[in-house]
Ligand binder design. Sequence first.
Ligand SMILES: [Zn+2]
Length: 130
Amino acid sequence: MAELIVKTFYDNLKNGKLMGLKCPKCGTHSFPPKGTCNKCGNPDLTWVQMSGEGKINIYSVLNYPGGEFQAVAPYAFGLVKMKEGPVYYTMVKGVDLDDPWKGNMKLPVDATAKVEKIGTKNVVVFYAKK
Ligand SMILES: [Zn+2]
């Protein structure tokens, strides 16, 4: 079951779709999707399209990432609180890469997700709204 969830998640990303799982009992969303509800343990979840809206709460800059990500370094990696509730740690763009600690940017900042191909991977990238 878990393998199927991971495959479905990545197959949808390939098509630019952000799919999560929603618990029909308590309404909790999971993203990336997990096999059972975090809140009530219900294993009977429904696929739903995520809005792709969220807020970047914090971020840091990666200068020397591994593998395929070296080609796009430096880039920012941030903690995004999605509108539906899940907290997702992923690549963020539109933020100040020079120094996340300068405080030029007021956080949290609203952001919208886009799926981007980096090397062979489909990555969920959150763009800060200006
Ligand atoms: Zn639940």
